[in-house]
Design a protein around this ligand. Structure first.
Ligand code: MRU
Length: 369
């Protein structure tokens, strides 16, 4: 996607130094476009844990380069296994991290150690390129859905209102995004989409990142408090909800940013279609019951008891919003049961959020068959 006329991906190799990888420091967006250098596995682990990179597909892609860095100092079997296990532990909920590391290990393990570093960079590049193609394909299928809804719009309706939660745009993937890809394509093809952007407390990915992305692309949008969505749906102000996801079970349960479940409940109560966009790398074929078995990241309580932003001088500031002594709890994701999901938008097209729906689209990927 373009920022000020220049096309970027969210992770890329340095053209002059092929072992150097760059990312944007997402903790600085939207105020500052800081580009970070990554050369060591530890820097990658730090970037993932501190959310300098975030978003399920991007975490996986950056971790793949982290494995390549680790192999530069120890490309033996033990080194490979140790680095893979270490990187997989950096964040617990997004399955794309495990998917990317397992794909890397499967490619590298059969090779002689001397061949592993070059192959690791190649495979990480392939993961990135594939992510871009896959998201573009999700975008095209989502565009069909949006086009259909626009064709069925109520008489006199001037725009199609889409609500999204968290950030599932290009900066959360290598490019295009998942939930935002159809929105970008609809906007580019002339459909007057307008996006309700949930602020997404406590980390405010909606306010900081989704609003920034949509603004940079010229997509009309309005920021709302997380709790406003139900009210807007009751008043006919939401035609469609699209969100991304960090893990989808074989039966179609969806883990995504905390608060997604409440949007799905409100959508069901108001007859609003609730769609989830995902690459197949987000499906965890090993898990059946999402509420019971998807590990939910618990983050620092300070993310809830404090808000972060810029002070009047434009300097980063953190302010407590509770009485001293009030503690917080901070589950970072929740699980929306498949029964509340209208459909899944994948790179192979839409499907029902069910074991049958997923298996029919991806018979080659279901490892439990
Ligand atoms: O904690 P984050 O910012 O990594 O959470 C991101 C989300 O929940 C996204 O919606 C999800 O990863 C899909 S990204 C295409």
């Amino acid at each position: 996607m373009k920022i000020n006329g220049t096309a970027y991906r969210s992770v890329w190799r340095d053209p002059a130094d092929s072992r150097l990888v760059h990312i944007f420091d997402q903790t600085k967006l939207p105020w500052s476009l800081d580009i970070l250098d990554l050369r060591e596995m530890e820097q990658v682990a730090h970037a993932i844990r501190t959310m300098q990179v975030r978003g399920a597909p991007l975490i996986g892609a950056v971790a793949a380069y982290g494995l390549a860095f680790a192999l530069q100092s120890d490309a033996g079997d033990e080194g490979l296994a140790r680095a893979a296990a270490y990187l997989v532990e950096t964040r617990p909920t997004a399955i794309n991290l495990r998917w990317a590391i397992e794909r890397m290990a499967a490619r590298l393990a059969p090779l002689a150690p001397a061949a592993r570093v070059a192959a690791a960079y190649e495979e990480a590049d392939a993961i990135c390129d594939e992510d871009v193609r896959v998201n573009a394909s999700i975008g095209r299928h989502g565009l069909d859905l949006i086009r259909t809804l626009w064709a069925e719009r109520a008489e006199g309706q001037e725009r199609l209102n889409i609500l999204t939660h968290c950030n599932a745009g290009w900066i959360a993937t290598v490019d295009w995004g998942t939930a935002l890809a159809p929105i970008y394509m609809a906007h580019d093809s002339g459909i007057p989409v307008h996006v309700w952007v949930d602020e997404t407390r406590p980390r405010n990915q909606g306010a900081l990142l989704t609003a920034w992305e949509l603004g940079a692309h010229g997509v009309p949008h309005t920021l709302i408090a997380d709790n406003a969505g139900g009210h807007l749906m009751q008043h006919g102000e939401v035609d469609l909800v699209i969100v991304g996801t960090d893990r989808v079970t074989r039966g179609g349960d969806v883990a995504n940013k905390i608060g997604t479940y409440l949007k799905a409940l409100a959508a069901r109560d108001n007859g609003v279609p609730f769609w989830v966009a995902l690459p197949s790398s987000t499906i965890d074929w090993r898990v059946t019951d999402g509420v019971r078995d998807i590990p939910i990241e618990e983050r620092a309580a300070e993310e809830v008891t404090h808000v972060s932003g810029l002070d009047e001088h434009g300097r980063p500031a953190r302010v407590r919003v509770t009485p001293a002594g009030t503690t917080g709890a901070n589950p970072a994701f929740d699980v929306t049961p498949a029964r509340l999901v209208s459909g899944l938008l994948t790179e192979r097209g839409p499907c029902e959020a069910s074991a049958e729906g997923l298996r029919a689209l991806f018979p080659d990927l279901d490892t439990t068959l």
